[in-house]
Design a protein around this ligand. Structure first.
Ligand code: NAP
Ligand code: ZN
Length: 366
């Protein structure tokens, strides 16, 4: 049967960098973006940040990767098309897309502007790696030339921010801003940031802009100067047991960004009464059991936190605009993405790679 006369709208050809197996490196993959719907914004991608989550996801570290996997959830781009129901975005505008592109919109979490905790049948639809919807479709992220996104999930970029350095705010920024806001961090409080990488360096900048006194707990001595430059007043090697002991019972909030299984107990002891260890880095079990005696005796909490809602993502973008907070970025060509992932694994990134998508990803050059 000849379908060529079908009137069903067809999508647009797109190209991205992804992999087809956990053990293969990333390379060009052609795919199709859906046609622009009435509620959609079409975006030509300019820049995309490289999150450690991308490294975990392509390697199937969380045992939930659906291949092909085309990562990228720190997206900055230019609007190329708007559906008939879109009134707040215009062609040519610079916009951003973070970690989610859909959610049920009706559950309690969605109604509370916490789409990341959507309790609908498939949870939030992440910008890449789905979830796989009932129709079997996957989602593909910002390591690609274009994306089509429902308007609710598209964000405004403050005009005074450098467009090349905005991308990391979309994940690293909101993932650390959200716990800072949830635990009501402000002047007079002590915040510890554990791990000075993509998330950690944003946590330091945001917490100090909120007025907190910030300490960085790091495994890398050479990062001390950067930590102080980003706004910390104290830098501690977390491997230095004496220095750690001297800081017990001191912190209101610790934001733990370590990406690998580790022992939380030395950090629990740093919390003062009612303090919280907010774990954002590890989405797997700790390497050691928590000693609940240390937790109970000072009514401490061990918590987790996932990215941030859409309203909060807009809030952190605006906050960065107001406070002139810029992530520390190194622009890379998309052809260098495998090297960038290896460097992230080796702890060599200072502090976020951002792919110069528009200037390096073209069908001819990929
Ligand atoms: P990153 O740039 O690689 O930074 C992680 C930092 O942790 C490193 O710079 C290093 O800092 C420290 N570190 C690394 N390996 C360590 C180890 N084995 N033991 C102790 N410290 C170690 O990564 P990122 O992009 O910030 O992401 C961090 C984690 O957050 C990843 O696992 C990612 O998947 C997760 N994440 C979670 C969410 C969420 O919603 N909860 C959102 C985004 C990302 P020092 O050199 O200072 O020690
Ligand atoms: Zn991320």
């Amino acid at each position: 049967m000849d379908n060529s006369s079908s009137t069903a709208p067809t999508g647009t050809k797109a190209v991205g960098y992804g992999n087809n197996h956990s053990f293969s490196s990333l390379g060009p993959i052609e795919f199709e973006r859906r046609p622009l719907g009435a509620d959609d914004v079409g975006i030509r991608i300019l820049y995309c940040g490289v999150c450690h989550s991308d490294v975990h996801q392509v390697a199937n570290d969380w045992s939930n990767t659906v291949y092909p996997c085309i990562p990228g959830h720190e997206i900055v781009g230019e609007v190329t098309g708007v559906g008939s129901d879109v009134t707040t975005f215009a062609i040519g505008e610079i916009v951003a897309v973070g970690c989610m592109v859909d959610s049920c919109g009706t559950c309690e979490s969605c109604r509370d502007d916490l789409e990341q905790y959507c309790e609908g049948p498939v949870g939030p639809t992440l910008t890449y790696n789905g979830p796989v919807k009932p129709d079997g479709s996957n989602t593909y992220g910002g390591y690609s030339d274009a994306i089509v996104v429902k308007q609710h999930f598209v964000l405004k970029v403050p005009a005074n921010l450098d467009v090349k350095a905005v991308a990391p705010i979309l994940c690293a920024g909101v993932t650390t801003y959200s716990p800072l806001k949830h635990w009501k961090v402000g002047a007079g409080q002590r915040v510890g940031v554990i791990g000075l990488g993509g998330l950690g360096h944003m946590a330091v900048k945001l917490a100090s802009a909120l007025g907190a006194e910030v300490t960085v707990f790091s495994t890398s001595e050479e990062k001390q100067g950067d930590a102080l430059r980003f706004g910390a007043t104290l830098f501690v090697l977390s491997t230095d047991a004496d220095a750690m002991e001297a800081l017990e019972l001191r912190y209101d909030l610790l934001i733990d960004t370590i990406p690998a299984a580790h022992d939380p107990n030395p950090f629990v002891k740093l919390l003062k009464r009612d303090g919280t260890l907010a774990v954002v880095g590890l989405l797997m079990p700790f390497s050691e059991k928590t000693n609940n005696q240390e937790v109970a005796f000072h009514r401490r909490s061990i918590a987790g936190s996932l990215i941030g809602g859409i309203a909060e993502t807009q809030e952190v973008l605006d906050f960065c605009g107001q406070h002139q907070i810029a992530p520390e970025v190194e622009l890379i060509a998309i052809q260098d993405i495998n090297d960038a992932h290896n460097r992230i694994k080796a702890g060599e990134v200072h502090y976020r790679y951002v792919i110069d998508v528009a200037n390096t990803l073209t069908p001819e050059r990929s």
